[in-house]
Ligand binder design. Structure first.
Ligand SMILES: [Zn+2]
Ligand SMILES: [Zn+2]
Length: 432
C-alpha cells in the first residue's frame, strides 16, 4: 500500500475541504488561490504528489480533522467514492473530480441486518449505506468514515484490558444485498478486501468457493475492524469489492462478540428440555404412531455425534427436528463459529441457535452407560437398554477386535447420519 494509499486518503481529504480552506492553504504556501473548487482541489493534490513534503500532508490532515469535527455534530458518517484506479489518481481528470464526492446515507432506516448468535448489536455506528456499482468496473473501491464516541472507546478498552479472555466488544463491518427489503442476511461480495486507515484487515473466515474459478471465496462473518481503529482520528474504512452486478450495502456496528463457549453456557442454562418432555416425545413416536412399524421394535439412537464422530457429552437437537437422534451441542457451536451454517446434521433442516435444546434424558443416559456403548434403544414400556454388538456370539475370539469396530444394525433414521462414518474426517468439512 504505502504511498498510494496515503495519497488516496489525502486526495479525499482535500476534496472534502471547503473553498475558503483550500484558498487559505494555497496562499499560506505562496501558491495561487484563484479558480473554482475543482481547480483548487486539482492544484492541492498535484502539489501533494509532486512535492512529497510531510508538512503539507499533515496540514491537510489537520484541516480535514477540523472539517470533520464541525460537520460531525450533524452527521457522523459519510460515504466517499474514491477514484477507482491509480491512473486516475495520478492524473485527475475533470470527469472524475466533477463527480459528487460525498453521498449522505439515506435517512430511511428500514432495512436491518439479521441478528447473529455470535454477535449482539449494541450500537449502530454507520447505518446501512448502499455502495453504488460503477458499470464496467470489475473491482470497485468505496470508502466510509468511522468515528467512535468516547463512550464506545471506553467499552472497547474495557474488553482489551488485562483479562485477554474478554475480547467481547468489537467494531464490525457487515454487508448485505441492497435489493431485498426487511431483515437482511450477511452477504459479502467476491474479491472483497477491507482497509482501515490504509492497512488491510484480516478476513480470516471465508467460504470455500464451490465452483472453482467461477465463484471466488468470500467472508461469511462480520469483519472485525477493532484492532486497526484509531481513537484520535477519523477512521477511513475502504472496501474493495468485486462488482458482479449485485448491489451491496455496508454498515458498521459496535457489537458484543460471543464465543462458542459463551453460547454453550447459555444453552446449558436456558435451553435444557426436561426429562419428562423428552419421554413424552419418545412415547409419541413409540406407541401413538400406530402405522409405524418401529412401534414394535423400539427406537434406536446413536450416542455418537454425527458431526464429531465421538461420544456426545451434551446431546441436543433443534425444536423443529422430528427425529430423536441428537448431535453434540458444543461441537455444533464450534462448527458454526468457524462457518455459520446452522443446519441440522441429522435432517439437514435449519437448526438455528434459538431453537436448540439439550436433551436431558439422553444426557443422563450418556452419563450412566459405559464408554463402549454406542447405541441405545428406547423401549415401549418407557425404559431404555444399551444395544450391544449382536453378532459377537457368532465370531471367533480372533475376530473380536473386528466385531467391535463393525457398525451396529441401525434403523432407517439412524442409518442416514452414520453414512459418513466410514469416510475420513474431511467429510465434515465437505458438509459444513
Ligand atoms: Zn403414547
Ligand atoms: Zn434435525
Amino acid at each position: 500500500m504505502g504511498m498510494s494509499a496515503e495519497l488516496l486518503e489525502a486526495t479525499n481529504m482535500v476534496k472534502s475541504l471547503r473553498v475558503a480552506e483550500l484558498r487559505e492553504f494555497l496562499s499560506s504556501i505562496g501558491k495561487s488561490k484563484k479558480g473554482l473548487k475543482k481547480e483548487l482541489v486539482q492544484r492541492v493534490t498535484g502539489l501533494l504528489q509532486k512535492e512529497k513534503r510531510p508538512d503539507l500532508l499533515s496540514t491537510i490532515q489537520e484541516l480535514y480533522k477540523l472539517r470533520q469535527s464541525t460537520t460531525g455534530k450533524n452527521r457522523r458518517s459519510q460515504v466517499i467514492s474514491i477514484p477507482p484506479s491509480p491512473e486516475v489518481i495520478a492524473m485527475p481528470t475533470a470527469e472524475c473530480l466533477s463527480k459528487p464526492d460525498v453521498v449522505t446515507p439515506s435517512l430511511v432506516s428500514e432495512p436491518q441486518m439479521i441478528k447473529l448468535p455470535f454477535y449482539q448489536t449494541l450500537e449502530t455506528i454507520v447505518p446501512l449505506v448502499p455502495l453504488v456499482p460503477v458499470s464496467a468496473l470489475k473491482l470497485q473501491t468505496d470508502s466510509i468514515t468511522v468515528c467512535l464516541t468516547p463512550n464506545q472507546w471506553t467499552q472497547i478498552r474495557s474488553s482489551q484490558g488485562s483479562n485477554s479472555k474478554l475480547k467481547s466488544f468489537q467494531v464490525v463491518l457487515r454487508m448485505c444485498y441492497t435489493e431485498s427489503v426487511g431483515v437482511e442476511d450477511d452477504q459479502y461480495p467476491p474479491k472483497i478486501s477491507v482497509l482501515v486507515n490504509g492497512i488491510e484487515c484480516d478476513l480470516q473466515i471465508r467460504y470455500a468457493s464451490s465452483k472453482e474459478g467461477l465463484e471466488p471465496s468470500r467472508p461469511c462473518c462480520p469483519i472485525n475492524l477493532t484492532p486497526l481503529l484509531r481513537q484520535t482520528a477519523v477512521n477511513r474504512v475502504t472496501v474493495m469489492w468485486g462488482n458482479y452486478g449485485k448491489h451491496y450495502s455496508v454498515a458498521v456496528y459496535l457489537v458484543r462478540a460471543f464465543t462458542s463457549t459463551d453460547l454453550f453456557e447459555h444453552l446449558q442454562n436456558k435451553a435444557v428440555e426436561s426429562e419428562e418432555h423428552c419421554r413424552q416425545r419418545i412415547c409419541e413416536k413409540l406407541c401413538c404412531d400406530a402405522e409405524n412399524e418401529i412401534a414394535t421394535t423400539g427406537l434406536q439412537v446413536s450416542l455418537i455425534c454425527p458431526l464429531a464422530k465421538t461420544r456426545m457429552s451434551a446431546p441436543c437437537r433443534a425444536q423443529p427436528c422430528a427425529h430423536l437422534q441428537c448431535f453434540d451441542a458444543a461441537f455444533y457451536l464450534q462448527m458454526n463459529e468457524r462457518k455459520p451454517r446452522w443446519t441440522c446434521p441429522v435432517c439437514h433442516k435449519p437448526a438455528l441457535f434459538e431453537t436448540l435444546q439439550i436433551d436431558s434424558l439422553l444426557s443422563n443416559i450418556l452419563q450412566s452407560t459405559e464408554e463402549d456403548v454406542e447405541v441405545i434403544e428406547y423401549l415401549s414400556n418407557g425404559s431404555w437398554r444399551p444395544v450391544r454388538e449382536e453378532c459377537e456370539s457368532n465370531k471367533t475370539p480372533d475376530h473380536s477386535s473386528l466385531s467391535l469396530k463393525s457398525e451396529p444394525v441401525l434403523l432407517d433414521d439412524v442409518v442416514d447420519l452414520t453414512q459418513c462414518s466410514t469416510d475420513d474426517d474431511d467429510c465434515i468439512d465437505d458438509k459444513w
